[in-house]
Design a protein around this ligand. Structure first.
Ligand SMILES: [Zn+2]
Length: 358
């Protein structure tokens, strides 16, 4: 399967920015390892300052696509422009975006570089944080397709985190504010995707930018676009992420989040790794020379860039008589196919032609 929409390289950002030319202030904030430009967009003149960055992980593109739509919404909204000053970094990691990689060109995870600041991309984000002095930060990501919202069978279509400020997870004033904002976003989302919102574990890691900015007293919201069903282009998650960001902005302007409580935040179920992409039922499996009949095979998709599109490459995850996992798709093998022996090796790529047209 190929999903073209998921690839969002610097060229796509450039054509989007060209569309906006003349309507928006676009600054060159710095350069990537490969010397690609990192842009900052300034919109609005309001008193509240919001710093938004996306695609610090180059293969997490749903957030950037949602952000491009948000930018158009902001440009057409007098309320947003009057009340808020935005600094938006739509693609912090252009080299990773080009390679469809989580990492930058030096194979560094920028979201573990908040203290060391060893990479030019990390230094751009850090510099803009201190220069712009935001009142709020929105940290945009995509999560893998493996998460359920708590122990339920509901996939987490979106997840949030108000990052910790220290090892004992103190609820500082700024952290409380981001918790209340997330609780308010969740209130909006429950009307649309009941039970399908997750919350991330808040273990503190000062090397992550969200935790670092949160520790420095700025309410920071982590948004993670998730996955459901066979929406591998993640167009539905993109719409949900856009709705979430609009809800956060409205709430910042109208202060409606003050009506929420921190316990509303903790009521959002914590994400669990309960999902795989595909389960194949009724298979005969050969694993280390032993033959198993009527097995369930769990499969995850690797996302691989090829010819400007993203190929979903199936790899073995596990097999059992009855897997304690949920899946976004199920294939039931008929009697004839089930007798074909499938050689199982964890993490190995599957020859999917065996199941084709199923
Ligand atoms: Zn990420």
């Amino acid at each position: 399967m190929v999903v073209n929409d998921r690839y969002f390289p610097p060229q796509k950002l450039s054509s989007f920015l060209n569309e906006l030319s003349g309507r928006i202030q676009i600054d060159l904030l710095g350069k990537s390892v490969k010397n690609s430009p990192i842009y900052g967009l300034k919109i609005g003149s309001g008193i509240k300052k919001i710093l938004i960055w996306s695609q610090m992980h180059g293969n997490e593109t749903t957030c950037t696509r949602a952000l491009c739509e948000l930018i158009k919404v902001i440009l057409n909204s007098e309320s947003y422009k009057k009340n808020i000053s935005f600094l938006i970094i739509p693609q912090l990691n252009p080299d990773g975006a080009e390679e469809y990689s989580r990492f930058n060109l030096n194979k560094i995870d920028l979201n573990r570089d908040a203290i060391t600041l060893s990479q030019p991309e990390s230094r751009v984000l850090n510099m803009m944080f201190w220069k712009f002095k935001p009142d709020y930060c929105f940290n945009l990501h995509d999560q893998r397709s493996v998460f359920s919202a708590g122990d339920s069978k509901n996939a987490a279509i979106i997840s949030f985190l108000s990052p910790a400020v220290d090892n004992v997870k103190t609820i500082s004033d700024s952290r409380k504010e981001s918790m209340l904002l997330i609780a308010e976003i969740n209130r909006t989302l429950q009307k649309k995707i009941p039970g399908q919102v997750g919350r991330y574990n808040d273990a503190y890691n000062e090397n992550c930018f969200g935790d670092n900015f949160s520790k420095n007293g700025i309410p920071t919201l982590l948004f993670e676009a998730g996955h459901t069903g066979e929406d591998y282009s993640r167009s539905f998650s993109k719409d949900i992420l856009l709705l979430s960001m609009k809800s956060a902005l409205n709430s910042i302007i109208n202060k409606t989040f003050l009506k929420r409580l921190t316990k509303d935040y903790f009521k959002i179920p914590e994400n669990r790794e309960k999902y795989v992409d595909l389960i194949i039922n009724n298979a005969t499996v050969v694993d280390q020379d032993l033959i198993y009949h009527k097995r369930q095979i769990a499969i995850l998709y690797n996302e691989v860039l090829k010819d400007q599109g993203i190929i979903l490459q199936p790899i073995f995850h596990s097999h059992a008589k009855r897997l304690e996992l949920y899946s976004h798709r199920v294939i039931q093998l008929d009697k004839e196919l089930s007798l074909n022996k499938i050689n199982f090796k964890k993490n190995q790529i599957i020859d999917f032609s065996f199941f084709s047209n199923k």
